[in-house]
Write a protein that binds this ligand. Structure first.
Ligand code: AMP
Length: 478
């Protein structure tokens, strides 16, 4: 078995690795580090969680240790598809380069150009950037790429999904063709293959796991779910999500909940919070400082449920995620692999549960085909018995606090009535967002009272349907 000391890494890097507590290289590190240290191009086919960040950061630090950075002329470039991923690479760099004098700058959107310019002006060894932001700096004449000796492209398949390939090509063209390229992608789509054929020179190909494989230490399950009525789908699905979380209460220390749409990320996070779950949303429309704050909170355990979009969560390294809940079946089957790969990292046990409604069945079939596995069907915990959403003791106490005892929170209340409780707790905007629905739909949501809906109740629903004011809703809820 390879040891880190067998690899041609600089002693200062080895010291930092030892301090990080790594005892032996992961397969991608064992295979990619030697050719990378020799100055060869590397094409790494690997997902996150395999240790791929260190497989390019460690050789980069070793190679750059000699020489000095010049003003505005970075000596190496790491391109990552999202701000979070770029920030994560920067954190890794700080850990592994702590005994060197190498400097870095992180160029990501949402951070002022002024501070970034000041760093670049001073000269940096490593520039870690998202493609758009890097080109912005270049076009403002603040950056010269002719001294780039090593260029890393991380998560190229995600770059493809996000439409960054033209930017990547442009950046490749602005760097010297003599540069060394370390290129990582979880899959080799034809477009990725074309890029690597064009810009890599006789790369050493290193492949550690097929993108379609899901870890054996992840327990998977799917609940086939059909809403009682179309206009109740959202609230019933969120109710089911809570029941699934509560059903896992003993094992679930924290979880990432994936939604396909950003609007659903917000709705879901808000809904969970209303029910006393410690949840926060993360997606591309939130500002950078908010995203960082949320991620830090999730990492340090102050946030337990991270509700996320694929783009925001892709590639994030958060060890110790016990559960992944797929609120929606992803529309690209490969995203399923990436999503559930957030749990069960580094050999730990993980659980991944998904909700599939009839509309998603085709996508679900694609997922099963891709992972070559029949994902076990899990009974719908709501149908199985009443009032499961009262299970989570730690959440329950929070839920009850300060609200009085709501009718829909009573354990003995019939399930169907409870399902309808949620619209009260959420702002009705979600139902109207972009779908042209609104008032009428909300008026329909009064159930459980037969035809004798008292006028004052009907009126309050109608009023709510017209309001986007959360404080008002909060007040009504309480
Ligand atoms: P990555 O695939 O780069 O996102 O890394 C996944 C996780 O593995 C990160 O938490 C790393 O800190 C960790 N890691 C990287 N290399 C090693 C190693 N050789 N031994 C143990 N953990 C590692």
């Amino acid at each position: 078995m390879t040891k880190f000391t067998d690899l041609p890494l600089h002693p200062k890097v080895l010291k930092a690795i030892e301090e990080a507590g790594y005892t032996e290289p992961t397969p991608i590190q064992a295979d990619a580090i030697p050719p990378a240290c020799e100055g060869k191009d590397v094409l790494g086919i690997a997902q996150t969680g395999t240790g791929k960040t260190a497989s390019f950061t460690l050789p980069m630090i070793t190679l750059l240790n000699r020489g000095r950075a010049r003003a505005r002329m970075p000596r190496s470039l790491v391109l990552a598809p999202t701000r979070e991923l770029a920030a994560q690479v920067a954190e890794n760099f700080d850990i592994y380069a702590k005994y060197t004098k190498l400097t870095k700058a992180l160029l990501i959107g949402g951070v002022s150009f002024k501070d970034q310019d000041a760093l670049i002006d001073r000269g940096v060894d490593v520039l870690i950037a998202t493609p758009g932001r890097l080109l912005d700096h270049f076009e403002r004449g603040k950056l010269i790429l002719s001294d780039v000796k090593v260029m890393v492209v991380d998560e190229a398949d995600r770059m493809l999904d996000m439409g960054f390939i033209p930017d990547i090509e442009e950046i490749f063209k602005k760097t010297p063709f003599t540069r060394q390229t370390l290129f990582f992608s979880a899959t080799m789509a034809p477009e990725i293959e074309r890029i690597t054929n064009t810009f890599l020179s006789a790369p050493v190909k290193v492949e550690v796991a097929r993108a379609a494989t899901t870890s054996e230490n992840i327990k998977q399950g799917v609940v086939m779910f059909k809403a009682s009525r179309k206009d109740r789908e959202g609230s019933e699905k969120r109710k089911l999500l809570r029941a699934l979380i509560d059903g896992e209460v003993d094992e679930c220390t924290n979880a990432i909940i994936f939604c396909n749409r950003k609007s659903d990320v917000d709705i879901c996070a808000k809904s969970l919070k209303k029910y006393g779950y410690n949840a926060a949303p993360i997606h591309g429309d939130l500002d950078q400082s908010q995203r960082m704050k949320t991620l830090d909170g999730f990492r340090d355990g102050t946030i337990r449920f991270l509700v996320a979009s694929d783009v925001a969560a892709r590639g994030l390294d958060i060890p110790n995620v016990s559960h992944v809940f797929n609120f929606d079946v992803p529309s690209h089957a490969e995203d399923y692999v990436h999503r559930i790969g957030r749990t069960g990292r580094a050999g730990r046990e993980g659980t991944a549960l998904m909700i599939c409604n009839p509309r998603d069945e085709k996508n679900f079939a694609d997922v099963e085909r891709l992972v070559k596995l029949e994902i076990p069907r899990v009974n719908n915990p709501i149908k199985a018995g009443p009032a499961n959403d009262e299970k989570a003791p730690d959440e329950k106490s929070k839920r009850g606090r300060g609200r009085g005892r709501k009718k829909d929170d009573q354990a003995e209340a019939p399930v169907e009535a409870k399902v309808e409780a949620e619209p009260k707790a959420e702002k009705p905007k979600r139902e109207r967002d972009g779908r042209g629905r609104g008032r009428k739909e909300h008026e329909n949501k009064i159930v459980g009272l037969g035809d004798d809906v008292p006028g004052f109740i009907a009126m309050s629903f109608a009023e709510r349907a017209g309001s986007d004011e959360p404080t008002k809703l909060e007040t009504e809820e309480n």
